[in-house]
Design a protein around this ligand. Sequence first.
Ligand SMILES: Nc1ncnc2c1ncn2[C@@H]1O[C@H](COP(=O)(O)OP(=O)(O)O)[C@@H](O)[C@H]1O
Ligand SMILES: [Mg+2]
Length: 384
Amino acid sequence: MSAENQLTDFTDRPWLDPDARPFITLQGISKSFGSFKAVDNIDLDIYRGELFVLLGGSGCGKTTLLRMLAGFETPTAGTLSIDGADMSSTAPYERPVNMMFQSYALFPHMTVEKNVAYGLKRDGVKKAEIKQRVDEMLQMVELQDFRKRKPDQLSGGQRQRVALARALIKRPKVLLLDEPLGALDKRLREQTQFELMNLQDKLGTTFIVVTHDQEEAMTLATRIAVMDQGVFRQVGTPAEIYETPATRFIAGFIGSANMFDGSVEQQRGNLVSVRLNTGDLVISVEHDEPIANGTAVTVAVRPEKIRVSKQQPEPGTDNVMRGSVKEMAYLGRNSTLRVAIEGGQVLEVNSQNRYRARDGQHEFDWDDQVTVSFPPASAVLLTA
Ligand SMILES: Nc1ncnc2c1ncn2[C@@H]1O[C@H](COP(=O)(O)OP(=O)(O)O)[C@@H](O)[C@H]1O
Ligand SMILES: [Mg+2]
């Protein structure tokens, strides 16, 4: 290992390694249904062992993309390779891929173990080996004690695990999961997210997961592709997408963001002053690339990065705005405030509840006069 490699460990971030070979490569992949483009010219590299999430609203083309990977749908244009092999003339059952469907599609009349064994049996695997592999798989998803039950005798979470076991028993190199937790209620969903991550980590199988739930995507993913109308708007780690959204669309789609519209007044080093379109405010934001004066921009700031106070801020504090509390939601751990600032814009601000509320007395109340502020490094400058 060279000294340079020791400094930069790419083990968990192969997409940053210039020498890493992608495991799945899509080049210019499109799919049209008649004149409608469901998937539009997508390029993507996925690396071995990733838990890659396709995130987007209903109808944006997520399932269509998965189905092309599985071979159930033929691309209208583009090429697709898995583990170095071009897949254009490879039938679904010959691909090193398995797909877990949204509906699970379990056989209702078969027991758990028969459901899990089904694929191996159909492939003519010997009985003794089937038994051993089914045992191993049921243990992995913690369903050993439920092997003789039928799907209708199981909870939603257990059915989900049977479907997982059935999809994994043939040891695919890639598992495609279409909304795998969609049928579970919120609490079980959150617990199952961790089970799914542990299982993936244990097996090292490459997972591609489709979801429309942004929190789920943030929890599960090594990287997320945010999909909209058949195209990828941004691909990155959860932190990259949250902290450095590429566009207003992404900033608004993932989590919430306060957006200030204005134009660039000047840039000094990596500090840009932006004159807002409303009111008389100039705010400063860090931005590394050069940007011309007069450029129309949006400054995005996350609610938790804004400080709210009833006191006057220390002299020299950046981006101070005066406002009044218009709405308040107490959420226990924190409160969400809506603060109307000079010029009329209403900001969403999160405030940690550091002190216990007594007799209904909270730190902030309706119509409180407050100041809000945020450091230039906590804001993102967007031009698209
Ligand atoms: N077989 C098909 N024939 C015609 N239109 C289709 C077909 N499959 C999907 N579509 C359309 O393609 C778009 C993307 O669908 P889909 O990939 O299922 O979206 P998602 O999974 O993101 O909700 C939708 O507008 C859908 O109606
Ligand atoms: Mg779908």
